[in-house]
Design a protein around this ligand. Structure first.
Ligand code: FES
Ligand code: FES
Length: 153
Protein backbone atom coordinates (compact mmCIF):
# COMPACT_ATOMS: atom_id res chain seq x y z
CA UNK A 1 0.00 0.00 0.00
CA UNK A 2 1.11 3.55 -0.66
CA UNK A 3 -0.45 6.96 -0.17
CA UNK A 4 -0.40 9.41 -3.01
CA UNK A 5 -1.54 13.01 -3.11
CA UNK A 6 -3.20 13.28 -6.51
CA UNK A 7 -4.90 16.51 -7.54
CA UNK A 8 -5.13 17.53 -3.90
CA UNK A 9 -6.73 14.30 -2.68
CA UNK A 10 -4.81 11.69 -0.71
CA UNK A 11 -5.41 8.23 -2.18
CA UNK A 12 -4.47 4.79 -0.94
CA UNK A 13 -3.15 2.61 -3.72
CA UNK A 14 -2.16 -1.02 -3.72
CA UNK A 15 0.57 -1.73 -6.25
CA UNK A 16 4.07 -3.15 -6.42
CA UNK A 17 6.84 -0.65 -5.71
CA UNK A 18 8.15 -0.92 -9.26
CA UNK A 19 4.77 -0.29 -10.91
CA UNK A 20 5.04 2.79 -13.12
CA UNK A 21 3.14 5.76 -11.74
CA UNK A 22 1.26 5.97 -15.06
CA UNK A 23 -0.51 2.67 -14.41
CA UNK A 24 -1.23 3.50 -10.80
CA UNK A 25 -2.91 6.72 -11.91
CA UNK A 26 -4.87 5.12 -14.74
CA UNK A 27 -5.85 1.79 -13.23
CA UNK A 28 -6.01 2.41 -9.50
CA UNK A 29 -6.90 6.06 -9.20
CA UNK A 30 -9.04 5.95 -12.36
CA UNK A 31 -7.57 9.06 -13.97
CA UNK A 32 -7.26 8.09 -17.63
CA UNK A 33 -6.43 11.51 -19.03
CA UNK A 34 -2.74 10.64 -18.70
CA UNK A 35 -1.89 8.56 -21.74
CA UNK A 36 0.39 5.67 -22.57
CA UNK A 37 2.40 6.16 -25.73
CA UNK A 38 5.84 4.59 -25.69
CA UNK A 39 6.51 3.46 -22.13
CA UNK A 40 10.17 4.42 -22.38
CA UNK A 41 10.17 8.14 -21.49
CA UNK A 42 10.39 9.24 -25.11
CA UNK A 43 7.01 10.60 -26.20
CA UNK A 44 5.71 12.55 -23.21
CA UNK A 45 2.10 11.34 -23.53
CA UNK A 46 2.23 10.33 -19.87
CA UNK A 47 3.44 13.69 -18.52
CA UNK A 48 2.19 14.71 -15.08
CA UNK A 49 3.46 17.23 -12.55
CA UNK A 50 5.22 16.19 -9.38
CA UNK A 51 5.72 19.18 -7.12
CA UNK A 52 5.25 21.34 -10.20
CA UNK A 53 7.84 19.66 -12.40
CA UNK A 54 6.92 17.79 -15.57
CA UNK A 55 7.60 14.08 -15.14
CA UNK A 56 7.09 11.16 -17.52
CA UNK A 57 4.96 8.86 -15.42
CA UNK A 58 5.55 5.74 -17.53
CA UNK A 59 9.13 5.65 -16.33
CA UNK A 60 8.66 6.65 -12.71
CA UNK A 61 8.18 3.74 -10.34
CA UNK A 62 5.64 4.19 -7.59
CA UNK A 63 8.43 3.85 -5.04
CA UNK A 64 10.13 6.99 -6.38
CA UNK A 65 7.22 9.22 -5.40
CA UNK A 66 7.80 10.62 -1.95
CA UNK A 67 4.98 10.59 0.60
CA UNK A 68 4.69 14.37 0.74
CA UNK A 69 4.93 14.99 -2.99
CA UNK A 70 2.02 16.48 -4.87
CA UNK A 71 1.02 14.85 -8.15
CA UNK A 72 -1.14 16.79 -10.59
CA UNK A 73 -2.68 15.20 -13.67
CA UNK A 74 -4.47 16.83 -16.59
CA UNK A 75 -7.74 16.38 -14.70
CA UNK A 76 -6.43 18.51 -11.84
CA UNK A 77 -4.47 21.16 -13.73
CA UNK A 78 -7.14 23.84 -13.33
CA UNK A 79 -10.75 23.87 -12.16
CA UNK A 80 -12.99 24.10 -15.20
CA UNK A 81 -10.04 23.27 -17.46
CA UNK A 82 -9.36 27.01 -17.66
CA UNK A 83 -5.60 27.07 -17.29
CA UNK A 84 -4.13 29.66 -19.69
CA UNK A 85 -2.58 26.83 -21.70
CA UNK A 86 -5.92 25.06 -22.00
CA UNK A 87 -7.65 28.29 -23.05
CA UNK A 88 -5.00 28.95 -25.68
CA UNK A 89 -5.29 25.36 -26.90
CA UNK A 90 -9.04 25.72 -27.35
CA UNK A 91 -8.74 29.07 -29.08
CA UNK A 92 -6.16 27.84 -31.57
CA UNK A 93 -7.65 24.35 -32.05
CA UNK A 94 -4.27 22.86 -31.20
CA UNK A 95 -5.24 19.15 -30.96
CA UNK A 96 -5.85 16.88 -33.91
CA UNK A 97 -6.56 13.33 -32.68
CA UNK A 98 -5.86 14.54 -29.17
CA UNK A 99 -3.97 11.55 -27.84
CA UNK A 100 -0.72 13.34 -27.09
CA UNK A 101 -2.37 16.54 -25.94
CA UNK A 102 -2.76 15.96 -22.19
CA UNK A 103 0.98 15.42 -22.06
CA UNK A 104 1.63 18.42 -24.29
CA UNK A 105 -0.52 20.62 -22.06
CA UNK A 106 1.09 19.38 -18.85
CA UNK A 107 4.60 19.86 -20.24
CA UNK A 108 3.68 23.34 -21.50
CA UNK A 109 2.07 24.38 -18.21
CA UNK A 110 5.16 23.26 -16.28
CA UNK A 111 7.41 25.19 -18.64
CA UNK A 112 5.40 28.41 -18.23
CA UNK A 113 5.28 28.02 -14.45
CA UNK A 114 9.05 27.87 -14.44
CA UNK A 115 9.65 30.38 -17.23
CA UNK A 116 6.60 32.60 -17.90
CA UNK A 117 8.04 34.18 -21.08
CA UNK A 118 10.11 31.52 -22.81
CA UNK A 119 11.79 32.26 -26.11
CA UNK A 120 10.91 30.13 -29.11
CA UNK A 121 14.27 28.41 -28.76
CA UNK A 122 13.55 27.60 -25.13
CA UNK A 123 10.12 26.23 -26.02
CA UNK A 124 11.58 24.04 -28.74
CA UNK A 125 14.30 22.81 -26.37
CA UNK A 126 11.98 22.11 -23.44
CA UNK A 127 8.90 20.65 -25.11
CA UNK A 128 10.18 17.37 -26.47
CA UNK A 129 6.81 15.59 -26.54
CA UNK A 130 6.01 13.64 -29.71
CA UNK A 131 2.81 14.17 -31.70
CA UNK A 132 2.01 11.68 -34.45
CA UNK A 133 -0.43 14.18 -35.96
CA UNK A 134 2.23 16.84 -36.29
CA UNK A 135 0.60 19.60 -34.26
CA UNK A 136 3.97 21.07 -33.35
CA UNK A 137 3.40 24.47 -34.94
CA UNK A 138 0.09 24.91 -33.15
CA UNK A 139 1.62 23.73 -29.86
CA UNK A 140 4.27 26.40 -30.28
CA UNK A 141 1.65 29.03 -31.07
CA UNK A 142 -0.44 27.91 -28.11
CA UNK A 143 2.43 28.25 -25.68
CA UNK A 144 3.26 31.70 -27.04
CA UNK A 145 -0.38 32.79 -26.70
CA UNK A 146 -0.62 31.46 -23.14
CA UNK A 147 2.65 33.20 -22.28
CA UNK A 148 1.40 36.51 -23.68
CA UNK A 149 -1.76 36.28 -21.64
CA UNK A 150 0.01 35.15 -18.47
CA UNK A 151 -1.73 33.66 -15.48
CA UNK A 152 -4.85 35.77 -15.95
CA UNK A 153 -5.57 33.65 -19.01
S1 FES B 1 4.40 6.91 -22.51
FE1 FES B 1 5.71 7.95 -21.16
S2 FES B 1 7.07 9.04 -22.40
FE2 FES B 1 5.88 7.88 -23.80
S1 FES C 1 -2.80 15.33 -31.75
FE1 FES C 1 -2.69 13.27 -32.47
S2 FES C 1 -0.87 12.51 -31.62
FE2 FES C 1 -0.83 14.61 -31.17
Amino acid sequence: MARLNVNGVVREVDAEADTPLLWVLREQVGLTGTKYGCGIAQCGACTVHIDGAAVRACSMPLSAVGPGQKIVTIEGLAPGADHPVQKAWAELDVPQCGFCQPGMIMASAALLAQNPRPSEEQIRAEITNICRCGTYNRVLAGIKLAAERGQSG
